[in-house]
Write a protein that binds this ligand. Structure first.
Ligand SMILES: *Cc1c(COP(=O)(O)O)cnc(C)c1O
Length: 361
């Protein structure tokens, strides 16, 4: 007998990160900063002391305590995951019965829909309007009309860089008893977090990550923060040893490091401001259509024929992300990287104006 793949398995398409050797990597919203040499030596010594023959602490208690201290919250509300990606997968497969509906917004982080495909939970997609601001009334109406059980969205949003103020998120939470998974992956770059009040809500799980402002994408660390009732479920559902001992120890050390925790996000923000200022100058000259106001460490721009620009930047060793035909997402890099990106973009936009016949699609 021939083995038949389940249709849901057959239909999976793997996540497709940009690979290849690019000189300037502005595609994945990572931090461009590494710990100092002194801190790296400390991390190396700590890693060497990890008991590699033993399973790690299943609840990553010391790490969760360091995370909780940094954000001034109760460690009893925190669960660590192997990246927030793992936590998204656990939450979608645990809090929904098969067939119950998920609401996602568009544009938003592509992984939300990726995991709903595996969990056999139908996904309703609500398009954001002009300006990409989330319309709370439209979201609440869709939740009612479509009988939604779980809403997941990023705030501030990847890829649009646009944020929704805390007061609006509160209004959303108070207007529904669906479970709301609020992905605050970029909230270190903005001041509208709901972390301090998370335990006041019955139906809120906040996700945070060490992959962006904290600069530890390689370690794979995310956190789910929720009231004790929801936290108990997340902890019961995760695989017992989901976060390895080396990641636990290294991240604990860096989260407790004042200099690293406070100064690095400021450096990333300064870089973001430089990038946005440069892009806004191009917007004022009419060279590109729109630069969205960024609450993150990246810029989102509307640029007609973005694909051609994307390809030429890649030819020059500069990689960004292209969305649809008309949008680019550009991560803030070092000053030198931002300068090179801005100069290349300016050159290409001018070249295209002067040689329309060569650059037609
Ligand atoms: C980068 C990112 C994450 C982080 O995922 P990890 O698995 O923790 O690296 C989560 N959500 C959004 C919206 C992101 O952009």
């Amino acid at each position: 007998m021939a083995y038949q793949l389940a249709p849901k398995a057959e239909q999976l398409t793997p996540y497709d990160p940009i690979e290849g050797n690019y000189r300037v990597r502005l595609d994945a919203n990572e931090s461009f900063l590494l710990p100092t040499e002194e801190d790296r030596e400390k991390l190396g010594r700590a890693a060497a002391e990890v008991a590699l023959n033993r399973y790690p602490d299943p609840l990553a208690s010391d790490l969760c305590a360091a995370f909780a201290k940094r954000y001034a919250i109760d460690p009893g509300l925190v669960t660590a995951g192997n990246g927030s990606d793992e936590l998204i997968s656990i939450i979608l497969s645990t809090f929904l019965q098969k067939g119950e509906k998920v609401l996602t917004l568009s544009p938003d982080f592509s992984m939300y829909r990726f995991y709903t495909a595996i969990t056999e939970t139908p996904c309703v997609v609500l398009e954001k309007g002009e300006g990409f601001r989330i319309d709370v009334d439209a979201v609440l109406e869709t939740i009612r009309n479509e009988n939604i059980r779980l809403l997941i969205f990023s705030n501030p949003c990847n890829p649009t860089s646009v944020g929704l103020e805390a007061a609006e998120v509160r209004r959303l939470l108070q207007g529904t008893d669906a479970l709301v998974v609020l992905d605050e992956a970029y909230m270190d770059f903005w001041d509208q977090s709901l972390l301090p009040e998370v335990a006041e809500y019955e139906n809120l799980i906040i996700l945070r990550t060490c992959s962006k402002a904290v600069g530890l994408a390689a370690l794979r660390l995310g956190f789910a923060v929720a009231n004790p009732r929801l936290t108990a479920v997340i902890r019961a559902a995760k695989s017992p040893y989901n976060v390895n001992a080396v990641s636990q120890e290294m991240a604990r050390i860096l989260l407790q490091n004042e200099q690293y925790a406070r100064v690095y996000p400021e450096l990333l923000l300064a870089s973001r401001d430089m990038l946005i200022t440069g892009l806004k100058a191009l917007e004022r000259e009419g060279a590109l259509q729109k630069v969205y106001d960024s609450c993150t460490n990246f810029a989102y721009i509307r640029l007609e024929g973005a694909r051609w620009i994307f390809d030429r930047l890649a030819d020059n060793g500069i990689i960004v992300r292209c969305f649809g035909d008309d949008f680019l997402r550009i991560t803030a890099g070092t000053q030198a990287e931002n300068s090179e990106l801005l100069a290349s973009l300016r050159f290409l936009l001018q070249y295209r104006r002067e040689h329309p016949e060569e650059t037609e699609k």
